[in-house]
Design a protein around this ligand. Structure first.
Ligand code: PGA
Length: 251
């Protein structure tokens, strides 16, 4: 049984006051034992508040990025250990905005995945092709390359220790999601790859879809056989919309 995992990636949004209002509203909506796992990824400045507001609730939190060393002379960076110290459960690794705006390569993404696990965080590894790669028929080749590079060194003790987010780059923040059948086809291939690489545990790893998910289309993705949740950007900034999306995972 793979419990759906629906996550809010706030990206570089929300002040302290806006975050407090969001957490209050979300906790009014979410029951004590929701049927889906909910995770909020606020900016690093808000992580301490997530701990204060969400601690003891059914809503988990995590960081959008972290540096893979425990400490050291890395001006401007925040370490996996510091993130874990704030009660975070998850770490997004290799989001396409990190890969493309900040030139993160597969090797660095792989180090982040490993460091997250060592610090007790669960990595959400983001993979996905660009539009020109899909149009050239290379979508799977690109995704497979990202999986292989980031997970090369990994040992997977349990399927709960890893989440994959399939996020086609051209669907992120554009309002144009993938076609559900394409998302399903890619998720099924990712699952086969994980089974081959990690055996039985690999086949049970949860796979999210991300890219322009909103309340109106969430059901189309969250009911697909190999999609176990969503990584939501824009629509997750409103707690009511985020909860509506999460509910679609079990309706
Ligand atoms: P979006 O972002 O929902 O705004 O398309 C998704 C993501 O970047 O994870």
């Amino acid at each position: 049984m793979r419990t759906p995992i629906v996550a809010a990636n706030w990206k570089m949004h929300k002040t302290v006051k806006e975050a407090a209002d969001y957490f209050r509203r979300l906790l009014e909506l979410v029951p004590a034992r929701p049927p889906v796992e909910l995770v909020i990824f606020p900016p690093a400045t808000i992580l301490w508040m997530a701990q204060k507001h969400l601690g003891g609730s059914a809503v988990a939190w995590g960081a959008q990025d972290a540096y893979p060393e425990p400490q050291g002379a890395f001006t401007g960076e925040i370490s996996v250990v510091q993130i874990a110290d704030l009660g975070a459960k998850y770490l997004i690794c290799g989001h396409s905005e990190r890969r493309h705006i900040f030139q993160e390569d597969d090797r660095l993404v792989g180090r982040k995945v490993g460091a997250a696990l060592e610090s007790g965080l669960i990595p959400i590894l983001c993979v996905g092709e660009r539009l020109e790669e899909r149009e050239a028929g290379r979508a799977w080749q690109v995704v497979e390359g990202q999986l292989a590079a980031a997970l090369a060194e990994l040992e997977l003790p349990s399927p709960a220790k890893l989440v994959i987010a399939y996020e086609p780059v051209w669907a992120i923040g554009t309002g144009v999601p993938a076609r559900p059948e394409d998302a399903q086809e890619m998720a099924a291939r990712i699952r086969d790859w994980l089974r081959e690489r990690f055996g039985k545990a690999g086949a049970q790893v949860r796979i999210q879809y991300g890219g322009s998910v909103k309340p109106e289309n969430a059901r189309e993705f969250l009911t697909l056989p190999d999609i176990d949740g969503a990584l939501v950007g824009g629509a997750s900034l409103d707690p009511d919309k985020f909860w509506a999306i999460a509910q679609a995972a079990t309706s």
